[in-house]
Design a protein around this ligand. Structure first.
Ligand SMILES: [Zn+2]
Length: 434
């Protein structure tokens, strides 16, 4: 539920209008030292200097003073697994073993709606604690898990994307649907949830290994019937995964060719990982506008490989960044930036902190085609916000004594920060953390 009571948040405002090319690219962002947001009806009604915003508000409007903290658009996580909240931190070899040994058994428990409801509460508590206001999640293959997921989002007034995982082979029988039941169940869930409140339904075939050609065909049919829906799946994460996929789909030119053949690509398609891409795949990604989603903590944890951000972007591919919990090891988009920074450092790609904070706010909003609603502090957009304290721990406070610029402060936050640096998280104008 949105908080309808108007209020003013006072603090240091930071938001982006495009991806900063470097520290001197001041056109790319707006920073207001003594800034304020007027929130009304779950939306941002005004944004600017505190004195100006206070003058436009009705007399007696409550002022919440977040000084000296930073106020940014809430963080956006473009790839996460809701039923893996108890899989995170499981000791495994690589992707396929990890799925069989930990993930599939955990996801089976979501046949029970009560289990899904309990995990949903904990899952959203974790998102909010870490400053994440929007995420795109894989639910389990059970429709009840999708209901549990969206019902809890609705209770908190959060803009969430998600869908039932479609999987009809190479997994335990209790997790497998069929091409037809996956189509029917997804369609029913889509009709129930897509556009209800702030919910967005995502057609969600897990990946080519666990879907028959008939099921990927069904996913393509759903996308043609509901072109405003997103699609999410995984691709080119691990060499064994790629080899097995090409055995299962011998006619495909390559891994992306499988999804391409069933009409699954487009500007609302989110492809997790995209680590081992060939030139043809890069070209098709560009032509279709599909999004490559970087999941650094997961890629390191499962030993999958290094995401080549510069290579993808030079090829004209859109990119996003995400936690991929539970293959990923932290809900925090700050921890995710820290690991992502190191993955890029290993490839001599150096990401500036301003570009990092653009990526987890407006950048990810654009990747989701939701930049008109979230990811900015523009008046008229939804009041989804995070308040950050770069002195949250002793280590951070000590380092901040020598920080002289906004960029340095952001780099401290992403390198040392986690949920302790998140003072407050607002969804639709409502404070959810404290
Ligand atoms: Zn994933």
């Amino acid at each position: 539920m949105a908080d309808m009571t108007p209020k003013i948040l006072r603090g240091r405002l930071l938001s982006f209008s495009t991806a900063p090319k470097g520290p001197d690219d001041t056109d790319a962002y707006s920073y207001i030292e003594d800034g304020a947001l007027l929130l009304r009806g779950g939306k941002i009604a005004a944004c600017g200097e505190f004195a100006d915003v206070a003058a436009t508000a009705d007399e007696g409007t409550a002022i919440i003073d977040h000084r000296p903290h930073l106020i940014l658009p809430g963080f956006i996580d473009t790839h996460i697994h809701f039923p893996q909240a108890q899989v995170i931190a499981s000791w495994a070899d690589q992707l396929l073993d990890w799925l069989n040994d930990y993930t599939f058994p955990a996801e089976m428990k979501f046949a029970d709606k009560a289990h899904g409801e309990r995990i949903a509460k904990a899952f959203y508590d974790a998102l909010v604690a870490h400053g994440t206001t929007t995420a795109s999640a894989y639910c389990s293959s059970h429709p009840a898990s999708v209901d549990a997921y969206f019902e809890e989002a609705e209770r908190r007034g959060m803009l969430m994307l998600g869908g039932k995982t479609m999987m009809d082979r190479n997994a335990p029988a209790d997790l497998c649907d069929t091409a037809q039941s996956a189509y029917d169940d997804s369609k029913a869930l889509l009709k129930k949830w897509n556009g209800r409140g702030r919910a967005h339904y995502v057609v969600t075939p897990r990946f080519a290994i666990t879907s028959t050609p008939g099921q990927l065909e069904a996913a393509g049919t759903l996308l043609r019937e509901y072109p405003d829906c997103h699609l999410q799946t995984h691709i080119n994460e691990n060499h064994n995964e790629i080899a097995y996929t090409l055995e299962l789909y011998p006619e495909a030119a390559d891994y992306l060719g499988v999804y391409e053949g069933f009409g699954l690509l487009g500007r609302k398609t989110l492809l997790g990982h995209c680590i081992h891409m060939n030139d043809r795949e890069l070209g098709v990604m560009r032509e279709t506008g599909s999004v490559a989603v970087f999941c650094p903590t997961s890629n390191l944890f499962l030993g999958s490989g290094l995401f080549n951000k510069a290579g993808l972007e030079q090829a004209g591919v859109r990119t996003a960044i995400a936690t991929d919990v539970g293959g990923g090891t932290n809900y925090s988009m700050l921890r995710t930036l820290d690991e992502g920074y190191k993955v890029l450092q290993l490839q001599r790609q150096r990401l500036h902190p301003l570009a990092c904070f653009h990526w987890i706010t407006l950048g990810n909003a654009e990747a989701l085609s939701l930049q008109d609603r979230i990811g900015t502090l523009e008046p008229g957009t939804d009041a989804d916000l995070v308040v950050l304290d770069a002195r949250a721990t002793q280590t951070m406070a000590l380092r901040m004594e020598t920080a002289e610029s906004l960029s340095e402060e952001l780099f401290v936050l992403q390198t040392l920060g986690d949920d302790r640096a998140v003072v407050e998280t607002y969804a639709a104008g409502k404070a959810l953390k404290s």
